[in-house]
Design a protein around this ligand. Structure first.
Ligand code: MG
Length: 453
């Protein structure tokens, strides 16, 4: 059996390259351990549109059924649709076969509890223990699980979103929206969501293809030129691009200007906080300081977490927060589900545009001051991470935060976040400041400090 080395679960589920770092024997054995962990009830299973998805679906359902679990198959659906339906349709849990925004060779699994939220780190370790000590249930022929199709996941998801926003107000505006699904799973949901909200829809890269021929599975401001061109050419009000499994969304305004997720996230937060003042918003340490400016104005509280969507979800639940967001395009709305959802985030942006009756460019400009973010990474010797981080800490004469990596405040409006990468021998350097020059020069200073440490 070919299986990944060391721990199986990473920051966001189990990931591997089928046929290279793991095989279907591994996927089956892992799924027997997952089925054993659930111990009872029916498990919902879905997948994204990857080339290895159908093969993985066969192995995962075989493993779950072999452990005695009954399963319901949703086939290709966005991750947030599966998560929402797990809860809405009353399943014991769910398994999503996905590698999110990773390149096409990857695949993996995410495991959700009955609330549709990723299981805890402790529960991941329980599954790993069953996997490693070979104690999974192996049902005999009489007791193996049953399988049936579950065709209502996308319909349930779309109805759920439409019920949580002011659909009538959005529909009255007849907004024109360009959707770039990146050949991923939102191809099957987002265009229909926008139609249900009365929008005129133009789709690009919206045929499911596991080779991701359009622009790759990860939307970043550098690879969304086609969407920007389509928005300008069609005089659209908005462009939206999703990652491979549809939980992240990146937007451009009517002029084709692209925004990172912390800018659009802060705009939605401003809108929701106006209606729900003194609430809490959750975001990782890497997001822009504009959310603090927004929260201060609305009398609200911001909680900063480690970088990672599961940390944001768990903190939202614990602190009963109003919403959460990530700079990479994740938006979390617990009135819907406390996990990130590109479809729900899209509906919220449409509601802000409709309710404030202004184009997105003007709403962003009016909501908060402009800041500039510089991101870079520096290769390092991984055995020297501690020394490097200690040296960086000494660079700050003022405030230093250590939620994740080291965040040094250089002056009142300039911070640098230095974080060791979880997956590569690199440290990531993020700097935000009032001017691009200041952000770039501060980043240079910290890159030099990392190198000389
Ligand atoms: Mg994703």
């Amino acid at each position: 059996m070919l299986a990944p080395q060391g721990r199986l679960f990473g920051t966001n589920g189990v990931r591997f390259i089928p046929g290279v770092t793991g095989d279907m024997g591994f996927a089956l054995k892992l799924s027997e351990a997952i089925g054993t962990y659930f111990s009872e009830g029916e498990i919902l299973v879905g997948r994204d549109g990857r080339l290895t998805g159908q093969m993985m679906l066969s192995s995962v359902t075989a493993g779950l059924m072999s452990s005695g679990r009954n399963i319901a198959e949703a086939d290709i659906v966005p991750t947030p649709a599966l998560q929402f339906s797990t809860k809405a349709l009353g399943y014991r849990g769910s398994v999503m076969i996905t590698a999110s925004h990773n390149p096409s060779q990857y695949n993996g699994v995410k495991v959700m509890g009955p609330d549709g939220v990723e299981i805890s780190r402790l529960d991941e370790q329980r599954i790993e223990k069953v996997f490693h000590d070979g104690s999974a249930n192996k049902a005999n022929w009489r007791d193996v699980g049953t399988a049936r199709p579950e065709p209502s996941v996308i319909r349930t998801y779309l109805n759920g979103i439409v019920s949580k926003v002011n659909a009538k107000l959005i529909a009255e505006r007849r907004l024109k929206v360009v959707v770039d699904s990146g050949n991923g799973a939102q191809s099957l949901a987002a265009p229909y969501l926008l139609e249900a909200l009365g929008c005129k829809v133009i789709t690009i890269n919206s045929i499911i293809d596991g080779n991701f021929p359009g622009r790759g599975p990860e939307p970043t401001p550098d690879n969304l030129r086609d969407m920007v061109v389509a928005v300008r050419a069609s005089n659209a009000d908005l462009g939206v691009a999703y990652d491979g499994d549809g939980d992240r969304s990146i937007f451009c305004d009517e002029g084709g200007n692209l925004y990172w997720g912390d800018q659009t996230g802060s705009l939605i937060a401003d809108y929701l906080l106006e209606r729900n003042p003194t609430s809490t918003v959750v975001t990782p340490v890497s997001s822009s300081q504009v959310i603090e400016a927004v929260a201060k104005r609305r009398g609200a509280k911001v909680i900063r977490t480690r970088v990672g969507s599961v940390d944001v979800s768990r903190t939202i639940i614990e602190r009963k927060a109003l919403m959460g967001f990530e700079e990479n395009g994740g938006g979390f709305f617990p009135s819907h589900i406390p996990t990130r959802d590109g479809g729900m985030t899209t509906a919220m942006i449409l509601e802000v545009i409709a309710a404030r009756a202004a184009p997105l460019s003007r709403l962003i400009a009016a909501a908060f001051p402009k800041f500039y973010l510089t991101k870079t990474k520096v290769p390092i010797d991984p055995t020297r991470v501690r020394e490097i981080m200690r040296a960086i800490e000494r660079q700050g004469d003022g405030k230093v935060e250590k939620v994740d990596g080291v965040k040094v405040w250089v002056d009142e409006k300039t911070w640098a976040l230095i974080r060791p990468s979880g997956t590569e021998p690199m440290v990531r350097v993020f700097v935000e400041s009032e001017t691009k020059e200041k952000a770039d020069s501060t980043a240079k200073k910290f890159v030099k400090a990392v190198k000389s440490a």
